[in-house]
Design a protein around this ligand. Structure first.
Ligand SMILES: Nc1nc(O)c(N)c(N[C@@H]2O[C@H](COP(=O)(O)O)[C@@H](O)[C@H]2O)n1
Ligand SMILES: [Zn+2]
Length: 391
C-alpha cells in the first residue's frame, strides 16, 4: 500500500504498456547478473503479435535488442520494437544497438526510459529519429526506473545504490539482550530477503554480525546468483571458523584497516577470503571500492552501529524494514540504527515514497532516504575509533 502515491500521466496505449511490462518481465530473468550493466528487456511486434523477445544476460554479452531482433529475423522489417531502456548509440563492450535496429528496418521504437549513461543520454533516441524511425519515450517509465534504480544511482553518483535491510520486533529490537535473533520474522519474510539478496551485487555486514550471528549470506535458490559477501572489520578480531570463511562456491571479501592483525589476514587468505586493507575503513570507502568492482546495488545487513555510520555517510538510499508482531523488551537489547547524534525530533530522517505491505504475519515497510550530496550531520565514522565499526 502506497502512503504517498501520486498519479503519473500515462504514456502510450494499453497495448504499449502491456508490451513494456513484458520487456520488464524478460529483463528480470537476469536479476543480479548484469552488473555493471542494467537489466533490459526487448520485444519485437509485427501486426500486433510478438515475433521476437530478448533480454540482456550480462556485461560483455549482446544487448536485449540484439537478442530480440535475432529472434524476429526478417519479421523485424517494419516492426515496432519495445525496449525498457533507450537503445545504446556507442561502442562499449558491444556495438551500438541503434545501428542494429536501423539495419533491421524497424519502423518504430518504444522506449521505457532514457539511458542515464552519459555515453547514451538521449543520443540513442536522436540517432533513431535521424534515421526516420518513429520513437516514443516514457512508456511505463516509473516501473522501468524502479527496476534499474541501482544502475541509475551508479551512473548519476558514481556509487552503488545502498539498501539497508533489517528485521525488528514491534518494540524496535533486532535481538534479545543476549544477542539472540533467530528468528524475528516468519519464513515468508525470510524468503523475501532471499529475493532481495538476489537483486544485489554485494552484502555488507560488520564484525559483530559475524561473531554473534555467524551468517551464511547465501542464496538458497538453485541457479540464482550469490552476491559478494563483505565484512567490514577494523580490528579483524573475528572467529577463526565462520560460515563466511567457506569460499568454495561463494566469495567473501574482508575490508579492514591497513596493517590490522597480520596473523588473521594470513588465516583468512588461506581459506580463500580476499582481504582489502583501506587507509580509513568507512562506509564511504567501502562503497567506493564496490563501485570500482562494478556493483550496482549493495545490501547493508549490518547491526546498528555500522548502520548508523552507513546512513550518516549517505551510503544508504533505501530502507527495507521487516516488523514482526512480537515484543521482547530489554532496555539494552540492540536496535536497528545506532547513534546518529540527533537530539531533536526535527532532526529525524523522514523517508519518502513509503510503501508497506504484510508478508505473512509480518509487515514490510519500504522507503527512500531523502537524496542529498553528503551524509547526515557532520560526523565521519573514521573519527569514531573502535565504536565506529561493529568489531
Ligand atoms: N538499451 C540497452 N539494452 C541493453 O541490453 C543494455 N545492456 C544497455 N546498456 C547500455 O550500454 C552500456 C553497456 O554497454 P556494453 O555492454 O559495454 O556494450 C550500459 O552502461 C548501458 O548504458 N542498453
Ligand atoms: Zn545496446
Amino acid at each position: 500500500m502506497a502512503m504517498d502515491s501520486k498519479i503519473e500521466p500515462r504514456v502510450g496505449t494499453a497495448f504499449d504498456r502491456e508490451m513494456m511490462q513484458r520487456c520488464l518481465t524478460l529483463a528480470r530473468r537476469a536479476l543480479g547478473r548484469t552488473a555493471p550493466n542494467p537489466l533490459v528487456g526487448a520485444v519485437v511486434v509485427q501486426d500486433g503479435k510478438i515475433v521476437g523477445e530478448g533480454f540482456h544476460p550480462g556485461a560483455g554479452q549482446p544487448h536485449a535488442e540484439v537478442f530480440a531482433l535475432k529472434a524476429a529475423g526478417d519479421r523485424a522489417q517494419g516492426a515496432t520494437v519495445y525496449v525498457s531502456l533507450e537503445p545504446c548509440n556507442h561502442y562499449g563492450r558491444t556495438p551500438p544497438c541503434t545501428e542494429a535496429l536501423i539495419a533491421a528496418g524497424v519502423a518504430k521504437v518504444v522506449v521505457g526510459m532514457v539511458d542515464p549513461n552519459p555515453l547514451v543520454a538521449g543520443g540513442g533516441v536522436a540517432r533513431l529519429r535521424s534515421a526516420g524511425i518513429e520513437v516514443v519515450v516514457g512508456v511505463e517509465e516509473a516501473d522501468c526506473r524502479q527496476l534499474n534504480e541501482g544502475f541509475i544511482h551508479r551512473m548519476v553518483y558514481q556509487r552503488p545504490f545502498g539498501i539497508f535491510k533489517y528485521a525488528m520486533t514491534l518494540d524496535g529490537k533486532i535481538a534479545t539482550t543476549s544477542g539472540h535473533s533467530a528468528w524475528i520474522t516468519n519464513p515468508a519474510a525470510r524468503e523475501e530477503v532471499q529475493q532481495l539478496r538476489i537483486a544485489c551485487d554485494a552484502i555488507i555486514v560488520g564484525g559483530n554480525t559475524v561473531r554473534i550471528d555467524n551468517p551464511r549470506l547465501t542464496i538458497r535458490q538453485i541457479d540464482a546468483p550469490n552476491p559478494l559477501r563483505v565484512v567490514m572489520s577494523r580490528t579483524l578480531d573475528l572467529p577463526t571458523t565462520a560460515h563466511l570463511w567457506q569460499t568454495e562456491t561463494v566469495s567473501t571479501l574482508v575490508m579492514t584497516q591497513a596493517g590490522a592483525n597480520p596473523d588473521m589476514q594470513m588465516l583468512l587468505r588461506d581459506r580463500g577470503v580476499e582481504i582489502l586493507e583501506l587507509d580509513s575503513l568507512t562506509p564511504t570507502a567501502a562503497m567506493a571500492h564496490l563501485y570500482q568492482r562494478g556493483c550496482l546495488s549493495v545490501l547493508w545487513e549490518c547491526g546498528g552501529t555500522l548502520a548508523a555510520e552507513a546512513i550518516a555517510q549517505g551510503t544508504v538510499q533505501k530502507i527495507f524494514a521487516f516488523i514482526a508482531p512480537k515484543i521482547i523488551g530489554g532496555s539494552t537489547a540492540p536496535t536497528p540504527v545506532g547513534d546518529l547524534g540527533f537530539t531533536q525530533m526535527t532532526q529525524a530522517i523522514t523517508l519518502e515514497r513509503v510503501q508497506w505491505r504484510t508478508v505473512g504475519s509480518d509487515c514490510l515497510m519500504e522507503g527512500y532516504l531523502p537524496s542529498r550530496e553528503s551524509g547526515v550531520g557532520s560526523r565521519e565514522s573514521g573519527d569514531k575509533g573502535d565504536k565506529g565499526e561493529e568489531s
